[in-house]
Design a protein around this ligand. Structure first.
Ligand SMILES: Nc1ncnc2c1ncn2[C@@H]1O[C@H](COP(=O)(O)OP(=O)(O)O)[C@@H](O)[C@H]1O
Ligand SMILES: [Mg+2]
Length: 499
C-alpha cells in the first residue's frame, strides 16, 4: 500500500515536472510506446494526450513520427549509450510543416533491472536555425564586400587596450585572422611620419568622443612599402562613459596614387595653359607691333605719295585724278583697319597706361558697336598692376563683353575695377537672360575655361553666376603680393538687378 502510494506520488511528481518544462517532452517505454507526453508536446504538435498514450511513437499522428533518423537514434544508439544529446533532425510534419529539431534522449531504469523508460526532449530550433543561417549569410556578405571594397573594421577596448580586427582589416595588416594586437602593437604598423597624427587623433576621440576620418601611411606586416589607409573612428559609450572606439579601416593606396597622378597631370596642364597664354600674349604683341609699325608705315607713306600726286597733277586727266582719290580713301580705310586689328590683338594702352584705361577703351568700343549702355567704375583711378595680372583681367573683361554681345540679350552692363591693399577685383554685370550653371561649368565652354585659367594662374579666383532673367555676373579676384595669400573670397557675387 505504502509502496503503491510512493509510486503514485513519484509518478505525479514526474508528470508535474514534465508538464512544467517548456520544451515538448515525451516518455516512452522500452517498446517505444508512449507512456506520457507533456502539455507543451500536445500544444506544439497539435495532438491530444489520450490519442498518444499507448501508441508506438512512430505511429503518432498518422505516422508523422516515422522518421528514419529517429528510428536509428532510438533503436541503435540508445541501447548502446543510454543517452544522446542535441541530435539535429529536419522533418516535414503534416500538422506543423517543416521543422528543424534538436533531440535529447535519456534512458533510465524504472524498476531495478526490469523496465526501462526513455525521456525524449524535443527542441524546435527552426527559427533559431533561420536566424543563424541569415546571420551566417550576412557575415559572409560583409566579409565578401569588405574584401572587394578593401574595407575592414576594428574595435579598441579601452579597458584592456586590445584591438580586434575583422578579416579584411587583418588582411590589410598582413596578419592572420583572429590576431588581436594591443594598442601599442597596432600603432607600430603605421609609418613613423603618421604615428604622431594617429596618436593625437585617437587621444582626441577618446577624450571628446568626436568621430574622425583620417588618412595615414601604413606598413603591412612583412612589407617594406608604405601604403595609404583611411581610418574612420567613433566612440562607443556605456553608462555615459566612452568604453570603446570602433571604426573602419580601408586600403586606399591605389586610389590615392591615382589621385596623385591626376593632380600632377592637372598641374602640368595648368602649367602648359599658362605658358600658352603667355606665348599668345607675346606673339600678339609682336604681330600688333609689326602690323602697326611696318604695314602702317608703308600704308601711310603710300597715302602721302598719293596726296602729292593729287596735288601735283601732270595732266588734266580726270580719270587719273579720280583713281588717285579712290586710292587715298582705300588707304585711309586700310590704315584704320591695321590700327584696329593691332589694338584688338594687344591694346598698347594696356602696356602704356594700364588696366583701367584699356578697359575704358574696350567698353567704349563695345557701347558703340552694340548700343548696350555701359557704366564703368574705377577705384582708385590710376592704379598700377603687375602686367600678367592686368592682362588676365583685361582678357576676362574682353571675353565677358563678347559673350554679353553674343548671348545675353542685355540692355545695360556695369563694370567695376577695384584695387584694395590686399587684392584687385573686376566685376562685370549684365542684365540679360543669365548664364545657367551648366553653361558656366561646362568643359566645352572654352571662353569661360580660358578666363578661369588666366585668373587661377595669377593665384586668383573667379565666379560666374547667372540668374534667369536677371543677368550674369563675372567676378574675379587676384590677391596682391604672394600668390597664395588669397583674400577671404567666400561671398557670392551679388546678382542684383542693374539700376
Ligand atoms: N553673359 C552671358 N549671358 C548669358 N549666357 C552666357 C553669357 N556668357 C556666356 N553665356 C553662355 O555660356 C556659354 C559658354 O560661353 P563661352 O565659354 O564664352 O563659350 P562660347 O562663347 O565659345 O560659346 C555660351 O555659349 C553661352 O550660352
Ligand atoms: Mg565666349
Amino acid at each position: 500500500m505504502v509502496r503503491k502510494r510512493t509510486v503514485t506520488i513519484s509518478q505525479e511528481y514526474a508528470e508535474s515536472i514534465i508538464n512544467t518544462v517548456r520544451e515538448p517532452l515525451i516518455v516512452l517505454d522500452q517498446d517505444l510506446r508512449v507512456v506520457s507526453v507533456s502539455r507543451s508536446f500536445c500544444e506544439f504538435f497539435k495532438v491530444k494526450p489520450e490519442d498518444t498514450v499507448g501508441q508506438l511513437i512512430y505511429d503518432l499522428g498518422n505516422k508523422q513520427w516515422d522518421i528514419p533518423k529517429l528510428r536509428e537514434l532510438l533503436e541503435t544508439i540508445l541501447p548502446q549509450k543510454t543517452t544522446f544529446n542535441d541530435y539535429k533532425v529536419e522533418h516535414d510534419f503534416a500538422t506543423i510543416g517543416r521543422r528543424t529539431m534538436l533531440l535529447n534522449a535519456r534512458q533510465i531504469e524504472r524498476v531495478l533491472g526490469k523496465e526501462r523508460i526513455i525521456f525524449l526532449a524535443i527542441e524546435d530550433i527552426t527559427e533559431r536555425q533561420k536566424l543563424d543561417d541569415e546571420l551566417r549569410k550576412n557575415l559572409q556578405l560583409l566579409r565578401d564586400t569588405g574584401k572587394m571594397a578593401k574595407v575592414g573594421g576594428w574595435e579598441l577596448d579601452l579597458s584592456t587596450k586590445e584591438v580586434s580586427l575583422t578579416e579584411e582589416a587583418g588582411r590589410i595588416h598582413g596578419v592572420e585572422t583572429g590576431y588581436k594586437p594591443t594598442l601599442e602593437e597596432a600603432i607600430k604598423f603605421y609609418a613613423p611620419e603618421s604615428i604622431p597624427a594617429l596618436k593625437a587623433t585617437l587621444k582626441k576621440t577618446i577624450e571628446t568622443g568626436e568621430p574622425y576620418d583620417r588618412e595615414f601611411l601604413f606598413i603591412p606586416s612583412g612589407s617594406k612599402d608604405k601604403i595609404w589607409v583611411r581610418s574612420l573612428g567613433k566612440a562607443v559609450y556605456s553608462g555615459g562613459k566612452i568604453v570603446k572606439l570602433t571604426g573602419t579601416f580601408q586600403n586606399i593606396d591605389e586610389y590615392k596614387r591615382a589621385e596623385d597622378e591626376l593632380k600632377k597631370s592637372h598641374q602640368a596642364l595648368r602649367n602648359l595653359t599658362g605658358y600658352l597664354h603667355e606665348r599668345l600674349e607675346k606673339e600678339r604683341k609682336r604681330i600688333a607691333g609689326e602690323l602697326h609699325d611696318e604695314l602702317g608705315q608703308i600704308l601711310t607713306a603710300l597715302k602721302i605719295d598719293c596726296s602729292w600726286l593729287i596735288k601735283n597733277p601732270s595732266s588734266k586727266d580726270q580719270r587719273r585724278q579720280k583713281t588717285l582719290k579712290d586710292m587715298t580713301s582705300l588707304l585711309n580705310g586700310g590704315i584704320a583697319s591695321v590700327r584696329r586689328i593691332a589694338t584688338d590683338l594687344r591694346p598698347p594702352l594696356l602696356d602704356d597706361l594700364g588696366l583701367a584705361p584699356a578697359i575704358r577703351w574696350i567698353i567704349k568700343g563695345f557701347e558703340k558697336r552694340t548700343g548696350i549702355k555701359a557704366k564703368l567704375v574705377v577705384q582708385p583711378t590710376g592704379m598700377k598692376l603687375d602686367s600678367k595680372v592686368a592682362t588676365a583681367f583685361f582678357r576676362v573683361t574682353q571675353e565677358s563683353l563678347t559673350n554679353i554681345a553674343r548671348y545675353a540679350g542685355a540692355t545695360k552692363i556695369h563694370v567695376i575695377v577695384k584695387k584694395e591693399p590686399t587684392m584687385t577685383m573686376v566685376r562685370i554685370r549684365d542684365n540679360g537672360r543669365g548664364i545657367t550653371e551648366e553653361q558656366a561649368e561646362s568643359s566645352q565652354s572654352f571662353g569661360i575655361l580660358s578666363m578661369k585659367e588666366r585668373i587661377h594662374s595669377c593665384g586668383g579666383t573667379i565666379k560666374i553666376i547667372g540668374r534667369k532673367g536677371v543677368g550674369t555676373t563675372v567676378e574675379s579676384f587676384v590677391p596682391l603680393g604672394k600668390r597664395n595669400c588669397l583674400p577671404g573670397h567666400k561671398r557670392s557675387p551679388n546678382i542684383k538687378k542693374l539700376p
